[in-house]
Design a protein around this ligand. Structure first.
Ligand code: GLU
Length: 290
């Protein structure tokens, strides 16, 4: 069987405007797709309106455009994909890979992560309380290979780590939506920040439960601020200044270990991306900071 054509994506959650850390991830996934002669998509993971200022999606898309990062297909929005997520949940419930769970975080913590109401094992015993739907993990010492970081081992703890797929408040969760959409969009290769490394083993089990082949993963080091914290909305990472796009791109390439010449800053966005495609070497990434 021939290998499917490379398809990659950048999948930001619109909790705020694009910051330097997310630009680095976007650039890495874009360059991987371009140099592998593949397609590159943008997916807005807008699953939680309570954490997403309404203007963030527009700001992110505008910033990506200002940096010359254009997708090969129309942008996908997870907020328009609820039917697909519900269908996956129905499938997982029917096959016994998911279960209804009324336990609060506090109750779980008081029982060391175990479900006091036995919802995992005896659904009939559920009280009339609002329920989340969780994925039923199986205990496993999971082995997989990251394209950059090499062989990974993760211990998956059934019950204790069972991820929520649908929250009690009715919101579909990241762990479900990311897998359903990566499958539906035919994503073959995921490039993302290593803050998501720990999620990978759980996602592998969801692929398996849905009977689908997982993509490869390449996790790039998270960009830290001067205090050693991950650049994110929580650590008040500043929004990118789109009027300095050429500077931002050269800085992103430097953070990715690509050693762009400083003179590149005065070139156009397209010239910089062309230079980056000609010189891209993902193995250089881990030579820079963790
Ligand atoms: N939406 C996730 C985030 O912004 C990334 C999803 C992924 O790349 O798997 O953190």
């Amino acid at each position: 069987m021939s290998e499917p054509r490379y398809r990659g994506r950048f999948a930001p959650s619109p909790t705020g405007p694009l910051h330097f850390g997310s630009l680095v991830t976007a650039v890495a996934s874009y360059l991987e797709a371009r140099t592998r002669r593949g397609e590159w998509l943008i997916r807005i993971e807008d699953l939680d309106p309570l954490r997403e200022p309404p203007e963030a999606t527009g700001q992110i898309l505008q910033s990506l455009e200002a940096h010359g990062l254009f997708p090969d297909e129309p942008v996908r929005f997870q907020s328009r994909r609820h039917d697909a997520y519900q269908a996956a949940i129905d499938q997982l419930l029917a096959s016994g890979h998911a279960y209804r769970c009324p336990c609060s975080r506090k109750e779980l913590a008081e029982h060391e992560g175990r479900h006091p109401r036995h919802c995992r094992d005896s659904p009939a015993a559920l009280a009339d309380r609002p329920c989340a739907i969780r994925f039923r993990l199986h205990d496993e010492r999971c082995h997989w290979t990251d394209r950059l970081l090499g062989p990974q081992t993760q211990i998956v703890r059934a019950e204790i780590d069972d991820p929520v797929l649908l929250r009690k408040e009715g919101f579909y969760a990241y762990q479900l939506a990311v897998v359903v959409d990566d499958i539906d969009q035919g994503i073959t290769d995921v490039v993302r920040g290593s803050d998501l490394l720990d999620m990978t083993a759980q996602q592998l089990q969801i692929y398996e439960a849905l009977g689908e082949r997982p993509p490869t993963w390449l996790h790039i080091p998270v960009i830290l601020n001067e205090q050693g914290q991950k650049l994110s909305k929580q650590t008040h990472a500043p929004a990118l200044d789109d009027s300095r796009a050429t500077y931002n791109l050269v800085d992103a390439l430097t953070a990715l270990g690509q050693q762009p010449p400083a003179a590149l800053r005065t070139d156009s966005v397209n010239q910089i991306l062309q230079w980056a495609c000609n010189h891209w070497n993902y193995r250089a990434i881990h030579l820079t900071a963790q």
